[in-house]
Ligand binder design. Structure first.
Ligand code: CP
Length: 365
């Protein structure tokens, strides 16, 4: 039985299989109308969502399955202090598969390691959002026909934008990809993405603050919202919130076959005048997200049928337990009862360890 916590849990071959399955669902949805008859998806959303929650629900209904939903942090016993581990164990008794969104980084991993059914990470704080990446990949596949040799610009909040982290992870495995990272210095890509993903891949990357300078070079432009809910300082958000607004004028110098993506929701970072431009793909992404989630649900339910044993995600990994403490206040280890502080070595020579849940670097090592 498998979870999807990080997009790297899926091989490139498995991504190809999911895309092929989603394409077949698009072609012949009736063929899949009873594929999950009698199965129950629990959608646990402890943070706001429109697309991810409703597309999971719509996906499960379109497969003939049923849905149980928790919406909002106040509507379940987590509001009384119940741990994610206990919640996952409990919800496993009512459902065949769980999709969970939670504000703390690493929360989906903890849910997955305690549930007895497959768990899908529907967004864990500012960390990862692998099912948005599935939607993004199907969109890029349909628009460009390939993932390699693309120049992909990411613009906006690259620090807290979990969809950015997951899509960079996914694309970094393809050859000839060039990443152009466009953000204010305060919202630059997190260090773990830079050092553990970009620098360890064959991809090239370039950082800039100017969208105008680089827009002519891009094949894909991935715009993002400044993530107000992740800021500790409202004044800092106000200062940065209008850093980038894509307008019709700015697009004049872009390639004619540019694909403009955005995970949505949009605030003001793409002018609505661009929505009618054939290069705008963000509402296609929304639709593609449903089909990829249908494909993913089918894959994980099938894997669970074939192998009912739950993998211990720590097993066989070189880990350091309780030697350091994670000082990221957004990490699940800051709140979860009796959760061990687990770190993984990422550079043994330099003695660099990162938190297993949130990727924060261990201090004092
Ligand atoms: N892209 C995305 O995650 O949207 P929602 O927050 O509406 O689910």
């Amino acid at each position: 039985m498998r979870n999807l916590i990080d997009i790297l849990d899926l091989t490139c071959e498995e991504l190809d299989e999911l895309i092929a399955l989603a394409e077949d669902i698009i072609k012949d949805p009736k063929k899949y109308a009873h594929a999950a008859d009698g199965k129950i998806l629990s959608a646990l959303f402890f943070e706001p969502s429109t697309r991810t929650r409703l597309s999971f629900e719509s996906a499960m209904h379109s497969l003939g399955g049923n849905v149980l939903s928790v919406t909002g942090a106040g509507s379940s016993s987590t509001a009384k202090g119940e741990s994610i581990a206990d919640t996952a164990k409990t919800v496993s008794l009512y459902s065949d598969i769980i999709a969970m969104r939670h504000p703390l980084e690493g929360s989906a991993f903890v849910a997955g390691n305690n549930a007895t059914v497959p768990v899908i990470n529907a967004g864990d704080g500012g960390h990862c959002h692998p099912t948005q990446t599935l939607a993004d990949l199907l969109t890029i596949s349909r628009e460009k026909g390939r993932f390699d040799n693309l120049t992909v610009g990411f613009c906006g909040d690259l620090k807290y934008g979990r969809t950015v982290h997951s899509l960079i992870s996914a694309l970094s495995r393809y050859s000839g990809v060039k990443f152009v990272l466009i953000s204010p210095a305060e919202l630059a890509i997190p260090k773990y993405v830079r050092y553990e993903i970009l620098e360890k891949s064959s991809a090239s990357f370039f950082e800039t603050t100017s969208l105008e300078e680089v827009i002519p070079t891009l094949d894909v432009l991935y715009m993002t919202r400044i993530q107000r809910e992740r800021f500790f300082d409202e004044a800092e958000y106000e200062r940065l919130k209008d850093s980038y607004v894509l307008t019709v004028e700015k697009l004049e110098n872009a390639k004619k076959d540019l694909s403009i993506l955005h995970p949505l929701p949009r605030v003001n970072e793409i002018s609505v005048k661009i929505d009618s431009d054939p290069r705008a793909c963000y509402f296609k992404q929304v639709e593609n997200g449903k089909y990829m989630r249908m494909a993913l649900i089918l894959k994980l339910l099938q894997d669970a049928e074939n192998d009912k044993t739950k993998k211990d995600e720590f097993a066989g990994k070189k880990l350091v337990v309780n030697k350091f403490r994670c000082d990221n206040p957004r990490c699940i280890s800051s709140t979860e009862q009796e959760l061990e502080h687990v770190f993984k070595p990422v550079d043994e020579e330099k003695q660099i360890y990162r938190c297993f849940y949130c990727e924060a670097k261990a201090k004092n090592n």
